[in-house]
Design a protein around this ligand. Structure first.
Ligand code: 1HN
Length: 352
């Protein structure tokens, strides 16, 4: 028997035993993806607001809030994943999903909870509120509202049509195979008294009778007005060479926005050009105000207000505000996950 035939038969026997040699073709292909630098299948991509807005408005005209999740939601699917047979992979990056959601006047998106973390960043409209763990939180443009893992949340609109972005880590939880979801048992979440809410308990002035361990472990709402004021106050400082005047929405106890997601808002001043760098966390951006250009691995992505784009991990990137107005970029990143695993790496580009 030839050597090749012998190996083939041996491989077949190993397969029956559910083992595989590192000499097999599959393993060779696997090894080819190992290199000094990480590989990602995620592609840089930009979604125009005009397209997203038109699509979500059209859905609003033809569909009610039916379906299990009772949410009118449009996923931003990375072009690398859009033909995937695996629905769970059809997300914005391999770790994160960004969606656009529309809630029309009079509508209620019923409460549920899940172990994937999520947030809303309000883009357009007013008069709606989200109830998170019984806490009624008004939604105004530019506000960031968190629904950390396992918090009950439902949305109500008593005003004009409202559109927001949702950011979620469910692709990560899918790949860890730990995902859970459940509907709220009962009609509607009862609203808590203000004194039981997080806002008066996790600010910079806190009730003295509450032990740190009894305090809520997170802040739920970050107002645009305050974030904007902070950005303006810092606008004459140098800022980050790579991101301009960049803020992270932090947990009041310290650390990132949530255990798996970091949210940020950055201001690029008129004419500002940032230096190039790369890191092994991925990010999804939304141009909240203004216009500019982001260079990703040498490719130009021109953005205007409302556009969303992805910067895949380990790609060289820098930003430019070519206009005379300030530009504001909101972003979400999976950096907390990479850091928690002690894998985070960052490199400045040449000349940076
Ligand atoms: C979800 O529960 C919401 O609660 C929004 O508003 C978007 C996308 C995928 C899975 C669950 C929400 C979602 C979602």
């Amino acid at each position: 028997m030839s050597e090749q035939k012998l190996i083939q038969e041996f491989n077949e026997r190993l397969r029956e035993l559910s083992v595989e040699g590192l000499w097999s073709e599959a393993s060779d292909a696997d090894m080819a993806t190992y290199s000094k630098d990480p590989h990602t299948s995620v592609l840089p991509h930009l979604w125009k607001w005009k397209d997203l807005y038109e699509a979500i408005r059209t859905v609003g005209e033809i569909r009610g809030l039916d379906g299990m999740a009772e949410r009118r939601v449009l996923r931003l699917v990375n072009p690398a994943f859009k033909d995937s047979k695996n629905r769970r992979q059809r997300a914005t990056t391999h770790t994160m999903l960004m969606t656009v959601q529309l809630l029309k006047p009079g509508e209620i998106a019923r409460s549920h909870r899940h172990n994937f973390a999520a947030f809303r960043f309000i883009v357009k409209g007013s008069g709606a509120y989200t109830v998170v763990e019984g806490e009624k939180i008004a939604m105004e443009e530019g506000d960031l509202i968190l629904t950390p893992s396992m918090t009950w949340h439902g949305h109500h609109n008593e005003g004009e049509p409202i559109i927001w972005l949702d950011g979620l880590d469910n692709p990560l939880l899918f790949s860890l195979q730990v995902i859970t979801w459940e509907p709220f048992p009962g009609a509607i979440q009862p609203i808590k008294k203000l004194s039981e809410c997080t806002t008066p308990r996790v600010g910079m002035a806190r009730p003295v009778w509450e032990k740190p361990s009894d305090r809520p472990a997170y802040n739920l709402a970050y107002k645009w007005k305050e974030a904007y004021q902070t950005l303006k106050s810092l606008s004459d400082s140098e800022g980050s060479p790579f991101d301009g005047i960049a803020l992270e929405y932090v947990n009041p106890e310290g650390g990132h926005t949530m255990p798996t997601i970091s949210c940020g808002i950055q201001m690029l001043r008129p004419g500002e050009v940032t230096k190039t760098h790369r890191h092994n966390s991925s990010a999804i951006y939304h141009a909240f105000r203004g216009s500019g250009t982001t260079f990703i691995n040498g490719e130009e992505f021109h953005w205007n207000q409302g556009d969303c784009f992805v910067i895949p991990l380990w790609s060289w990137h820098s930003h430019q505000n070519r206009s005379k107005e300030e530009a504001m970029l909101f972003s979400m990143s999976d950096r907390p996950v990479i850091e928690a695993l002690k894998l985070y790496r960052e490199e400045p580009g040449e000349g940076a």
